[in-house]
Design a protein around this ligand. Structure first.
Ligand code: NDP
Length: 272
């Protein structure tokens, strides 16, 4: 019988996770069944338990269920504990439901794939939602020189930064009156503004030819944020497709202990 995997979300029809995981499985000659599962807030916990009790080996969790997944786990990995959100579920030898979060390591690995080593660099992270919660811990592990966390609703940035006080002194700001700790080497757009073709910041004095701009969102065309950065002189603008692939690779490894090669699928997605 094929090994069973799934991704739970709502909506879920757009998800690229099945094709990414099939690509990984082929690298190892594995035949897997990876399904998209539409769920609801009321049904999510039951759906997940049914998936595992019917032989599922591992599942991904996407919007809006990452916090629900976190809440139902009996064991959490350190990144999931920090993020208070889970995107990867599995059952351990003690039959406990375990939660992991691979979003942050996915971002860091994608940055490294693009020669963006953030050690000793100045970062501006815009947005203080679930994605930022997932990426801050792995970013801090890379030892940047500074992190400014800006958000439209300022208190959310301040509260989120406070959760990481024991690890790093994150400077916070409202996006409207943007005040950065240092001129950024890398700006990460972790807002959902691109989904409505909006740009969350407007201060072009932050940008230079050498400022890298990374949008966690992705689409077939460059996002509004990427276009804004490019039109104002930035040479390197990236979207979140590489992060999606790298977070999937980390999830695949969690379930199978097999480390997929992401170069081919990254090249394939980049050419679309
Ligand atoms: P949340 O809904 O949790 O948070 C949304 C954030 O965006 C909030 O900080 C919100 O600010 C801000 N925001 C929304 N609209 C605007 C706007 N018009 N202008 C300024 N700020 C805005 O979303 P997530 O954190 O889960 O997701 C954020 C993005 O990251 C999405 O685009 C998502 O697709 C992407 N993502 C990509 C992944 C990948 O693998 N590439 C993985 C996970 C997420 P406020 O608090 O003021 O409302």
């Amino acid at each position: 019988m094929q090994q069973q995997f799934a991704v739970f979300g709502n909506p879920i029809a757009h998800s690229k996770s099945p094709s990414i995981h099939q690509h990984f499985a082929q690298q190892f000659g594995l035949e897997i069944d990876y399904q998209k599962r539409l769920s609801t807030a009321e049904q999510f916990a039951t759906d997940v338990m049914e998936f595992f009790s019917s032989g599922g080996l591992g599942c991904n969790v996407t919007v809006p269920f990452k916090e629900d997944a976190y809440a139902m786990c009996q064991t959490l990995t350190p990144p999931a504990t920090r993020a208070k959100a889970v995107n990867t579920l599995f059952v351990n030898k003690e039959k406990q439901l375990c939660g992991h979060n691979t979003d942050g390591i996915g971002l860091v690995n994608d940055l490294l794939n693009h020669q963006l080593d953030i050690k000793a660099r100045h970062l501006l992270v815009v947005g203080a939602g679930g994605a930022t919660r997932g990426i801050l811990g792995p970013i801090i592990e890379q030892q940047p020189a500074s992190i400014t966390l800006a958000n439209r609703t300022y208190h959310k940035a301040r509260n989120l930064a406070a959760e990481f006080d024991d690890l790093f002194a994150i400077h916070t700001s409202a996006t409207e009156q943007l005040d950065v700790a240092h001129k950024p080497d890398l700006i990460i757009n972790a807002t959902s503004a691109s989904l409505s073709a909006e740009v969350p910041i407007s201060d072009i004095s932050l940008l230079s030819k050498h400022t890298a701009c990374y949008d966690l969102a992705y689409a077939t065309e460059p996002t509004a944020f990427m276009q804004w950065a490019h039109n104002n002189g930035c040479d390197q603008t990236l979207d979140g497709r590489g992060m999606l692939i790298e977070q999937a690779a980390a999830a695949f490894f969690t379930w199978t202990r097999l480390q997929p090669d992401t170069a081919a699928i990254n090249a394939d997605f980049a050419s679309r």
